[in-house]
Write a protein that binds this ligand. Structure first.
Ligand code: BGC
Length: 752
């Protein structure tokens, strides 16, 4: 044997020896299923049970003996939460745990741009990864049923199609970092009052058509690796261990192969947790959300009590193995994926992404006399009025509260953009909530004001009179009973007497823009008196820059509302015929039954059905340019049951600025055996056009877009007959329509 051949042979022998000594579960050339089975076969029952529950506020154990790492979770969903102590919610006091705050998910949804969702996911995933987190507790996709829900800002609006389209890229972006998303709160957690005791009563049709599609898309199209069970009950069973939602639908019908994580303190019963689909239990106690002693993780429902049932022979290990398989699969996708990237924190790219998403999600609701954008060369004195021009909004709101590298306020953003040409003056206008602390993170702002409300009001009116332009920045904040976890708003009105201030400002100066910062619709009794209104959401780190660039016209607004702005609460289905916030049972239990009696008629579906004119419709948003919609054409006006048709419509920019338009496709079923909404969003395209530029927008329609869910048959049905495709710039502003016919009935068990 020559020397070369000998050394090759020796090398090959070494490789064989080396690879055969690697246990299968550590061998990344093996399939995940092979690795899972191998790891499972090496584990003791005690080790398996130890994986099923928390070991600290935000982490769970791995298998130390086998080198399988711990899992570290983090909120979510707008930035990476600061570190807390092992057993407590108190701050750990680290100095390297500040993050970039991305805009709230309502803002992301308002971009109507799935590319922005991908960018968001990729960037926040990088922050999570750098901070050594394996599971990001977000995004949230609970449907916006009532504008009072304190957590709507963490979700993606009222429409199941829009939420589905936006959640999928977010998940893919995050998970491309080897960090799992934990899509929450599954399901029917649509308000915060009594969130642990509300029993949602919803018919299957509304469940499948309205409340589940975004979760289903998250699982089947996004490939989410974990899902968080919600606090509430459904069919009288807590959702964290719910036969119907977790076993039958999520794991059964949808084939979810990931991990069901409980919401923190959402587990209530060992036997139900074993049998009804929960895989990992978090937050049950240790002086946090629920009662109990510290260091009590061994007493969690899925800890010693489970082990005891197994040891006593009262339950078998079939469920245990299924849960552990799922958790091991998660490990191989995240902690044990040696190829996952390392992430990055507070990078210029993340800051730029936060700004871009914010700018693209801001919605121009009204712009009479084209008073916006503000020409920096034409105004000498700008009055900025309102508490939200100053107040830091990244601290507060509950579990999504952050500790940020920085947060640029609207006032500072306006000063930065306009301050070299114009004098910027500020007046408070009203005092809302001067507090600035959440879980030990303090904003450091002193917002106390000792003057009387009248003095503060008078100063604002005077300041407005003496300015060329007035920018009022108000809305809600992240304090209890505003946009905040664990409580709902008391009403649709703006708090702290802001309506009075705005009305007075409108009288004092005709050049007024009201910027509403909120995650929810608010009533605007002064809407006719105010020429320009901007919906600005919670924009995070780059808030001030994003707002200023829209005000100055550096960015042409292109956001569209992901929810209807009603005139009054009585215009909302949940408040009109629904049962918000539910009725306590009279049976000695603490259960509050909440009937979703409005059924599928949520948001614009309710307005359409009852011919109620909204304050601002779903899908609405103006631009500094104008768009013309031409005549649509259709590839065929007849669709076979397995066919598809294409609708094209020319859209052109008829104004003088480059701008983007969201062209929306709604579908009407002309005649149907079951009542159906007047129209439903089934597609949209965002297109950027230069002045005089046109584009041909194409929508492909397949029978699944024509389906409703039939409760009786438990399947999706499209009935033969006439349909109308409506193309518009909002749900109320339909520019054109085209008819077509579905030639025969078609059904689908899954509507995939
Ligand atoms: C919230 C979750 C959150 C968890 C951990 C719960 O109270 O409902 O959304 O992820 O706490 O902070």
């Amino acid at each position: 044997m020559n020397k070369l051949l000998l050394s090759f042979t020796l090398m090959a022998a070494c490789v064989t020896v080396a690879s055969s000594s690697v246990p299968v579960y550590l061998d990344e050339t093996r399939t995940i299923d092979e690795r899972v089975e191998d790891a499972l076969s090496r584990m003791t029952t005690e080790e398996k049970v130890a994986m099923l529950h928390a070991q600290s506020k935000f982490s769970s154990a791995g298998v130390p003996r086998l080198g399988i790492p711990e899992f570290w979770t983090t909120d979510g969903p707008h930035g990476i939460r600061p570190e807390v102590l092992w057993d407590e919610w108190d701050q750990a006091g680290w100095t390297n745990d500040s993050c970039v705050a991305f805009p709230a998910l309502t803002c992301l949804a308002a971009t109507w741009n799935p590319d922005m969702a991908l960018l968001y996911g990729k960037n926040i995933g990088e922050e999570a990864r750098y901070r050594k987190k394996d599971i990001l507790l977000g995004p949230g996709v609970n449907i916006y049923r009532t504008p009072l829900n304190g957590r709507n800002f963490e979700y993606m609006g009222e429409d199941p199609y829009l939420a589905s389209m936006m959640v999928v890229p977010y998940i893919k972006g995050v998970q491309s970092n080897g960090v799992a998303t934990c899509v929450k709160h599954f399901a029917l957690n649509n308000h915060e009052v009594n969130r642990h005791t509300t029993n949602a009563i919803v018919d299957d049709r509304a469940l499948y058509e309205i409340y589940l599609p975004a979760f289903k898309a998250a699982v089947q199209e996004g490939g989410a690796w974990t899902i968080m069970g919600s606090y509430n009950l459904y069919k009288g069973q807590h959702v964290c261990h719910n036969q119907y939602l977790l076993n039958d639908i999520l794991k059964g019908e949808w084939g979810f192969d990931g991990v069901v994580v409980s919401d923190w303190g959402g587990t209530h019963d060992t036997e139900q947790a074993i049998a009804n689909g929960l895989d990992m239990e978090f937050g049950s106690w240790t002086n946090g959300l629920s009662n109990g002693a510290s260091n009590a993780y061994d007493n969690y429902y899925l800890a010693m009590p489970y082990l005891k049932l197994i040891k006593d022979g009262k339950v078998g290990t079939k469920e245990l193995d299924d849960k552990v398989r799922r958790i091991l699969r998660l490990a191989f996708r995240t902690t044990m994926n040696t190829r996952r990237p390392f992430g990055s924190l507070c990078s210029p790219e993340h800051i730029a992404a936060a700004r871009n998403i914010g700018e693209e999600g801001i919605v121009l609701l009204k712009n009479d006399r084209n008073i916006l954008p503000i020409n920096p060369d034409r105004v000498k004195k700008i009055a900025v009025i309102g508490e939200n021009a100053l107040k830091m909004m990244t601290v507060g709101g509950g579990s999504s509260s952050l500790k940020v590298k920085y947060e640029l306020s609207p006032l500072d953003g306006i000063r930065k953009r306009f301050g070299d040409k114009a004098e910027i003056v500020y007046a408070r206008g009203y005092v809302g909530d001067p507090s600035g602390e959440y879980n030990g993170v303090v904003t450091g702002q002193n917002l106390n004001d000792d003057r009387t409300a009248e003095e503060i009001f008078a100063e604002a009116v005077e300041t407005a009179k003496n300015a060329d332009f007035v920018i009022f920045v108000g809305g809600l904040n992240k304090s209890a009973h505003q946009d905040c976890e664990d409580s709902d708003r008391a009403g649709l009105e703006l708090p702290y007497n802001q309506d009075r201030v705005i009305s007075a400002l409108a009288k004092a100066n005709k050049n007024l823009v009201v910027i509403n910062i909120s995650g929810n619709a608010v009533a605007m009794p002064w809407v006719k008196d105010v020429p320009a209104i901007v919906q600005a959401w919670y924009l995070g780190t780059e808030c001030g820059n994003a707002i200023a660039s829209v005000l100055a016209g550096d960015v042409n607004p292109s956001g569209k509302l992901p929810m209807t702005f009603p005139v009054a609460l009585t215009d909302v289905g949940a408040h009109s015929v629904g049962d918000y916030p539910g009725t306590p049972r009279n049976d000695g239990s603490d259960i509050v039954d909440c009937s979703y009696s409005e059924g599928i008629y949520v948001g614009y579906r309710w307005n359409d059905k009852n011919d109620i004119k909204p304050l601002f419709p779903f899908g609405h948003g103006l631009s500094y340019t104008t768009f013309n919609y031409g005549k649509p054409s259709i590839s065929s006006d007849r669709m076979a049951a397995d066919g598809k048709i294409t609708i094209s419509i020319p859209v052109s920019n008829t104004g003088s600025r480059t701008g983007a338009e969201v062209v929306q496709l709604y579908i009407t079923d002309v005649k149907s055996s079951l009542p159906r909404p007047v129209k439903e969003l089934k597609d949209f395209k965002k297109v950027s056009l230069e002045p005089n530029q046109s584009a041909e927008i194409q929508f492909e329609i397949t029978p699944d877009k024509l389906m409703y869910f039939d409760n009786e048959r438990h399947e999706w049905v499209a009935e033969a007959g006439d349909f109308i495709a409506l193309i518009g710039s909002s749900s109320s502003y339909i520019k054109n329509s085209v008819k077509f016919k579905l030639l025969s009935d078609t059904t689908n068990a899954t509507n995939k």
